[in-house]
Write a protein of this length. Structure first.
Length: 175
C-alpha cells in the first residue's frame, strides 16, 4: 500500500497557482500563521470529509502536499491524526516540526518520539511508516528542500528563536 501512497502523491504534484503562492506568503506572516495554527486543522478535517478524503483545505489554499499522520499519544496512548505538509524522498516522507514557528515543538513530534510507528494517509491511500529524527547534514539537506517547497519555513525558523526545528523522516515499514 505504501507504493500506492507514494505514486498517488507523485500524480498529484503540480505547481501552485499565483493565488496559492500569495496564500503561502501570507501564511508565513505571524498574525496570519497564528490564526492558521489554531484553526486550519479543523478546516482540513471538514474539507477532507466533504471531499471523500481526496483533499484538504491546506492543499486547496496553498497547493502544498498534505498527508494525514496518525500517531499514538505519548501520554494518552490514544490515536491522534494530524494533517501535515510533507516532502517526498523516494518512498520516504519528510515532516518538518515547525509548529508555525512557535517556541515549542508540536504535539505530534513528542508522540513520534515516544512511538515511532505511524500511519500515513493521502488521497485515500495509506501506509505504515517508522519515524526517525535526522540530524547533521541529512537534516540540513532536507531543511533546504523544505524551504524550497515552502519558503514560509524560513519565517517559522526565525520565529522559533533558539529552538532547532526537528526534521522527521518516515520510512515504509518492512512487511
Amino acid at each position: 500500500m505504501v507504493l500506492f501512497l507514494v505514486k498517488s502523491m507523485v500524480e498529484h504534484e503540480k505547481p501552485a497557482s499565483w493565488w496559492q503562492r500569495i496564500i503561502q506568503k501570507l501564511s508565513a506572516v505571524s498574525p496570519f500563521s497564528n490564526i492558521l495554527a489554531e484553526s486550519l486543522h479543523h478546516l482540513d478535517r471538514f474539507v477532507l470529509r466533504v471531499s471523500g478524503e481526496r483533499t484538504t483545505a491546506t492543499c486547496l489554499l496553498t497547493g502544498l502536499p498534505v498527508v494525514w499522520v496518525t500517531t499514538i499519544g505519548a501520554r494518552s496512548g490514544e490515536q491522534r491524526t494530524t494533517p501535515l505538509l510533507s516532502l517526498q524522498d523516494g518512498e520516504r516522507l519528510v515532516l518538518i516540526a515547525t509548529s508555525f514557528g512557535r517556541s515549542r515543538n508540536p504535539g505530534w513530534y513528542y508522540n513520534i518520539k515516544a512511538n515511532p510507528n505511524v500511519n500515513v494517509s493521502f488521497n485515500g491511500c495509506s501506509g505504515t511508516y517508522v519515524a526517525r529524527e535526522v540530524t547533521g547534514e541529512e537534516r540540513e539537506s532536507y531543511w533546504r528542500q523544505a524551504v524550497s517547497l515552502y519558503p514560509g519555513y524560513g519565517a517559522y525558523k526565525e520565529r522559533a528563536g533558539e529552538r532547532l526545528i526537528p526534521v522527521i523522516v518516515l520510512t515504509p515499514e518492512e512487511t
